[in-house]
Write a protein that binds this ligand. Structure first.
Ligand code: AMP
Length: 273
């Protein structure tokens, strides 16, 4: 920790942090390039790679989560990252840790929080630690994990972290599937079906103008994809994440499904009013 801090003391410009769990793909690369732009020539870009055990439930994929460290380091180097921060679990989470950062539930018990209790407490606790250790001017998070972004914004606001939180739009494969480290879990057959998830969301948003009809259409289209199970499909306020009865400014369609055993999430901001 002291070593990384002393490295960052040399930054003549802003320090910009991109927190990740590694297995870097072109979604992460887009965030890192954006961070590089924000930091400029004199600033420093820090990419943290930490597969955070606190955000996985006991039966989730913590052990199986991909950890291609040398490849990740090479990607960071090619993108002009100044510091790759690779804390060990022991260094970040004391065995007898008893203080955590927990959003009260308004934002973290809905959507993904319903099927992943404790997930956002794990995320907030580690992101708060990264902010304290790195002390970045700004931090870049992807809009693919919109709920995470909304909760981090709330944490920064409510706990007065002097960090600017920057959202970056969802990066997609050419066929529309949101890029994700977990896409590697999909079989070839599932991978071929996966774009139908985003297509279903898009179709519903384009065709209907009430939350109820949008959700009904999206669910029915998702259910027609072989091997899928809907976790949730909801139209919510983009900041409060609470369900809305009518479309208004800042409304989003958010969804999570299982395709086989792989959990996929996606969202669309509904701007048409
Ligand atoms: P992860 O390594 O999955 O925890 O992701 C690290 C950061 O990259 C998070 O802020 C994610 O939201 C972001 N991210 C991952 N995939 C994408 C994507 N397809 N588009 C935009 N951001 C992404």
């Amino acid at each position: 920790m002291a070593a990384v801090r002393s490295l960052l003391l040399h930054a003549a410009g802003p320090v910009v942090l991109v927190p990740t769990m590694g297995a870097l793909h072109h979604g992460h690369a887009a965030l890192i390039k954006h961070a590089r732009k924000l930091a400029g020539k004199s600033g420093m870009v820090v990419v943290s790679i930490f597969v955070n055990p606190l955000q996985f439930a006991p039966k989730e994929d913590l052990a199986a989560y991909p950890r291609p460290l040398s490849k990740d380091k090479a990607i960071c180097k090619s993108l002009g990252v100044d510091v790759v921060f690779l804390p060990s679990v022991e260094s970040l989470i004391p065995a007898d840790a008893s203080v955590y950062v927990d959003e009260g539930g308004l934002l973290s018990s809905v959507l993904c929080g319903r099927s992943r209790p404790g997930h956002f407490k794990g995320v907030c606790t580690i992101v708060a630690k990264l902010f304290n250790i790195i002390q970045p001017k700004s931090a870049v998070f992807g809009e693919k994990d919109w709920q995470q972004l909304a909760i981090i914004r709330r944490m920064v606001r409510d706990l007065n972290f002097p960090v600017k939180v920057i959202g970056y739009p969802i990066v997609r494969e050419a066929d529309g599937l949101a890029v994700s480290s977990r896409n590697a879990y999909l079989s070839a057959q599932e991978r071929a079906l996966a774009p139908r998830f985003y297509e279903a969301l898009q179709f519903a948003v384009e065709k209907y103008s009430t939350p109820e009809a949008i959700v009904r259409e999206a669910v029915s289209r998702i259910q027609s994809i072989p091997g899928t199970r809907v976790d949730y499909v909801e139209v919510v306020d983009s900041s409060t994440l609470q369900p809305v009865k009518k479309l208004k400014a800042e409304t989003m369609l958010a969804a999570a499904i299982f395709l086989g055993r792989t959990r996929l999430i996606d969202n669309i901001q509904i701007t048409r009013l």
